[in-house]
Design a protein around this ligand. Structure first.
Ligand code: RFL
Ligand code: PHB
Length: 390
């Protein structure tokens, strides 16, 4: 079997790439190791930059998004029991969108079902071969049989734990990594959000984030030790801890209810360079991970896919490979700015167990500076709403 672009992974990166390529008349096959139900049930991200919204609209999967999304003009930062609003719209001229990754995933899956894209779910033992030749191959097992697909190109969209990045020899890939000594315990509940905008709280007991999926569904996160066992957290314990961390006026109006989901996610900054090896191109979490504090992960994945689509369609329409050759550098320029911002936001808002008293005082001073300086808030706003695509 032959296809033009073989895509590994049917998360947001893989499915968006397949959608954009499909619309451009480029054939592709997507290999995914999980089931459709598993993919639809994954919660994860919630905040989309305008560039991400525009790309989803361009991909023809924006109808429900435009109907159901919430638009936020600002975001709050809380510390020492006080709340400070950062007016994103006034400072940057842009707004952010609340719309769950699970919904993006569902919209993409529905669009593919309608256009008949070949997506192989429960593809086992996917492996990549011949990457430096001109006919790379994907091999996998399904139903007790081995299958092989010959491709012009392979897109590695299989996330941080995927096989694509591993297929690149260690001596040609450079890894930059920082692992944080904590994780986020997330909980989803059908309760109205505590505030109409997000609240990022720096508290002595640890960071807390109040976010949402809709006007009736809240999402809350607590900083916990990286090895925290979610089994130790009852709903009661979660709500009690959240109330202790967020400012008293927010805690006083917090609506509690049963959790729909609770899970712990580790925090990590990670970049693998370059994003290309022969005819393999990495996109999204397979190449880079950010801590969720800046809400950049999904947005970066979408930007990679946009660049890769442009590069591949240019190749197929005019035979030119200049954009393919520039793909990695173009992505990395954006990725590193988002890395810097996510790392900075994490340092600003979390309590680091090993922090020196000096570092804690410097963090307090940075928070105080931020809420007193329009220049500093403009810097935050410009990055938070998303930098220009470049
Ligand atoms: P994904 O979503 O991990 O999808 C990869 C897909 O590849 C499949 N796969 C394989 N398939 C075949 N063979 C193999 N060997 C395979 N190995 C893996 C997987 O099953 C999966 O379906 O990567 P992708 O597409 O690059 O998308 C990245 C985003 O999912 C991720 O960056 C975001 O969720 C990060 N993130 C956030 N990003 C934002 O932009 N805004 C946010 O508000 C935001 N909040 C978050 C987040 C991530 C979080 N967690 C759980 C880490 C909040 C949290 C708590
Ligand atoms: C979310 O809504 O899940 C979310 C929002 C902002 C973040 C991280 C996660 O920084």
């Amino acid at each position: 079997m032959h296809t033009q672009v073989g895509i590994v992974g049917a998360g947001p990166a893989g499915l968006l790439l397949a959608r954009l390529l499909g619309l451009a008349g480029v054939s592709c096959v997507v290999l995914e190791k999980r089931t459709p139900d598993y993919l639809r049930a994954r919660i994860r991200a919630g905040l989309l930059e305008q560039g991400t919204v525009d790309t989803l609209v361009d991909a023809g999967v924006g109808d429900r998004l435009m109907r159901e999304r919430l638009i936020h003009d600002g975001v709050e930062l809380a510390f020492d029991g006080r709340r400070h609003r950062i007016d994103l719209k006034a400072l940057s001229g842009k707004v952010v969108t609340i719309y769950g990754q699970a919904e993006v995933q569902a919209d993409l899956m529905d669009a593919h079902a309608a256009m008949g894209t070949e997506i192989v779910y429960e593809a086992e033992d996917v492996s990549l071969h011949g990457l430096t030749g001109d006919k790379p191959r994907l091999r996998y097992h399904k139903g007790g049989q081995t299958h092989e697909i010959t491709c012009d190109f392979i897109a590695g969209c299989d996330g941080f734990h995927g096989v694509s990045r591993q297929a690149i020899p260690q001596d040609v890939i450079r890894i930059y990594e920082r692992v944080y000594p904590f994780g986020w315990l997330g909980m989803l509940s059908d309760t109205p959000p505590v505030n109409h905008e997000l609240i990022y709280t720096n508290h002595e007991r640890g960071f807390a984030l109040c976010t949402m999926r809709s006007l009736t569904r809240s999402r809350y996160y607590l900083q916990v030790p990286a090895d925290e066992d979610v089994g130790d957290w009852s709903d009661d314990r979660f709500w009690t801890e959240l109330k202790r961390r967020i400012p008293a006026d927010a805690a006083a109006v917090l609506k509690t209810g049963p959790s729909l989901e609770m899970s712990v996610a580790p925090l990590r900054s990670f970049v693998a360079e370059p994003l290309r090896y022969g005819r393999l191109f990495l996109a999204g979490d397979s190449a880079h991970i950010v801590p969720p504090t800046g809400a950049k992960g999904l947005n970066l994945a979408v930007a990679d896919v946009r660049f890769l689509t442009e590069a591949l369609t240019r190749f197929y329409t005019s035979g030119r490979s200049d954009l393919l050759d520039g793909y990695s550098d173009r992505c990395l320029a954006r990725v590193w700015k988002a890395q810097r911002f996510s790392w900075w936001m994490t340092n600003l808002t979390h309590r680091f167990p090993e922090a020196l008293p000096f570092e804690r005082r410097a963090q307090s001073a940075e928070l105080a500076y931020l809420v007193s300086s329009q220049a500093a808030q403009t810097t935050l706003a410009e990055n938070y709403v998303g930098l220009a695509l470049g």
